[in-house]
Design a protein around this ligand. Structure first.
Ligand code: FES
Ligand code: MG
Length: 589
């Protein structure tokens, strides 16, 4: 418990407006009458106890978060032990591996519905049960908008997966196995078995994919208890963290410690630094920029490059490294990583966190128990693990994680001694994932080992929610000849479990008038990582002509919406560099 003073008195609690409002006895009676019908006493609702929501994101439809159905019991016990009253309620499910066309479509829907719950009901504070990729941003975006005391609790990663003696990491094993399947080395059933081996228990992905990333970043942001993000889902420490989180939110209500006190510009800068050091997902800038927008903090992809690019990779975890979630937790988890970053002077130590202490107080000096898993800042796994922010005639912003560039990729594309940071090539253009799957092996595209693959029509409007499809593998013929990586550029996203050095999240997307819409298969483009540019090698007049032709055709064509929400979101969604937020939602900070 923190020593922070109580700033709230029982009569100031938000919930009193519902359950104890002498100015409006009619409404008070109406509110009270129904909430006692399942056994809660009027005393609990009226005697000045904080009423705490438990935002339940787990369900049978959300297997990554399903263990929260158990953890919520410990959260509830913590709330009650600290003198609060707990109300658990369901959130719209967002299962990364279950929702079509993509779970990211539902991040903003879940956000909207949670805002309505937090604003419209009698909650004095909320515990946000996070896990699978988009559940953390949806929850934190809503907490930012409503700005009532809030704390997040991760469900935790699954135990390590094994295929034989080999570690089998969520998602990452899919990218490996699909190549072996494409070349006929393994059959369909073996493919299913290998991928299945990576999911041995309850919990979210055990790699440093988007879920491990986002929950580590919730902790770096200060929105969850220190040391809680990395605990594997089945470990006893997970239940203990749930109990302590429940206890803590009650004090946060009394201290009136709100998201806007925690999610400051300094806290977001800490997040950018932490993301590079853990080898975090390329989805992070999208979701973190979105949370920042909803709390009213300026943050953009230039910040990600300026603050994060040169931060080294310290965590040796798949997909950038070797280990999985259990080793990472045992090595010390995020506090040990932050301790390295604090010693290197890279963290704003004064940023306040959910436990009422600063991040420096929480993490300075935290021990690393295994140097094969968490490296020293001065002897890192890889230098410069952050993102570059590229710009040019293809887009205004697209990010690239250069630290995952393989030797093969480097030798083929970045080995010109006169110009080692730049490459040029002709492109093969695909309009969405279906087109890519259909035509990849078509010899008419002329794809060879120097081709650059372009994926467009995969952004928030073109493919509602933005597809995770930019990490494309080469045609079968090239895979057979041991060509495993071609540069990929696209206006979609990439799975956080993929280690591909793609240029992605291109904004504006083709469907919003971005330069990718002007490309044709066979065009040449140039990427200069030193100058941070990405350009189409065509004369300006030719580009203008193509733009005019495109406009005459009514713009870049994309498939019709299949559901009302797809249509609604497409009409008001911002681009990936802007966090893919709903534009009208941003004014409610
Ligand atoms: Fe849910 Fe990875 S699919 S965490
Ligand atoms: Mg994903």
């Amino acid at each position: 418990m923190s020593d922070a003073p109580r700033r709230m008195k029982p009569e100031d609690l938000r919930s009193r407006k519902w359950f104890d409002n002498p100015d409006n006895p009619g409404m008070t009676a109406l509110y009270l009458e129904r909430y006692v019908n399942f056994g809660i006493t009027p005393e609990e609702l009226r005697s000045g106890k904080p009423i705490i929501g438990i935002a339940q994101t787990g369900s049978d439809l959300s297997p990554c978060n399903r263990h929260h159905l158990e953890l919520a019991k410990r959260v509830r016990e913590g709330i009650v032990a600290a003198g609060g009253v707990a109300f658990e309620f369901p959130c719209h499910p967002i299962q990364e591996t279950g929702k079509r066309p993509t779970a990211c479509l539902d991040r903003n829907l879940s956000y909207l519905s949670l805002v309505e719950v937090l604003y419209g009901y009698f909650l004095d504070g909320v515990v946000l049960l996070t896990g699978c990729d988009k559940t953390m941003p949806a929850c934190l975006m809503a907490a930012a908008t409503v700005n009532i005391p809030a704390i997040s609790l991760n469900v935790g990663p699954m135990l390590n997966g094994y295929w034989g003696k080999k570690l089998s990491g969520s998602g990452t094993v899919v990218w490996e196995a699909r190549e072996r399947h494409a070349t006929g080395e393994i059959d369909y059933d073996e493919f299913m078995d290998i991928v299945g081996s990576s999911a041995p228990s309850v919990g979210h992905c055990n790699t440093m994919g988007t879920a491990s990333t986002m929950n580590a970043l919730a902790e770096a942001l200060g929105m969850s208890l220190p040391g809680s993000a990395a605990i594997p889902a089945p470990y006893r420490e997970r239940g203990q963290a749930a109990y302590r989180t429940g206890r803590r939110i009650v004090d946060m209500v009394w201290e009136d410690l709100k998201p806007s006190d925690i999610m400051t510009r300094e806290a977001f800068e800490n997040v950018i630094v932490a993301n590079a050091a853990i080898g975090g997902s390329t989805n992070a800038p999208i979701h973190i920029n979105a949370i920042a927008k909803h709390i009213g903090v300026e943050l953009d992809n230039d910040d990600w490059e300026r603050i994060g690019f040169e931060i080294p990779l310290l965590v040796n975890m798949q997909p950038a490294g070797h280990w999985l979630g259990e080793e990472y937790f045992r090595a010390g988890g995020l506090p040990a990583v932050l301790a390295e970053l604090i010693d290197a002077g890279k963290i704003h130590e004064g940023a306040i966190t959910a436990n009422g202490k600063s991040i420096g107080e929480n993490c300075r000096g935290k021990h690393t128990w295994n140097r094969e898993v968490i490296y020293e800042y001065n002897a890192p796994l890889v230098a410069s693990a952050g993102f570059l922010n590229l710009k040019g005639t293809m887009f205004d912003s697209a990010i690239m994680k250069t630290c995952v560039i393989s030797k093969e990729f480097h030798d083929r594309f970045l080995s010109n001694p006169d110009d080692p940071m730049a490459f040029e090539g002709k492109v093969a253009v695909f309009d969405g994932p279906e087109d890519y799957h259909k035509r990849l092996d078509d010899p008419a595209l002329g794809i060879d080992e120097h081709t650059i693959l372009i994926m467009r029509g995969a952004g928030p409007i073109g493919y509602p929610g933005a597809a995770e499809v930019v990490n494309m593998h080469p045609p079968t013929e090239l895979l057979r000849r041991n060509v495993h990586a071609l540069p990929c550029i696209g206006d979609g996203r990439q799975s956080g479990t993929s280690g591909s050095p793609s240029i992605l999240n291109a904004s504006p997307e083709a469907a919003a008038g971005g330069g990718l819409a002007l490309l044709q298969t066979g065009d040449r483009i140039r990427i200069d990582l030193k100058k941070r540019t990405a350009d189409i090698l065509l004369p300006p007049e030719e580009l203008e002509q193509r733009r005019a032709d495109l406009a005459a055709r009514g713009g870049y064509a994309y498939p019709a919406s299949q559901t009302p929400w797809q249509e609604i979101q497409r009409s008001m969604v911002d681009q990936l560099d802007q966090g893919m937020v709903l534009k009208p939602a941003v004014k409610f900070q």
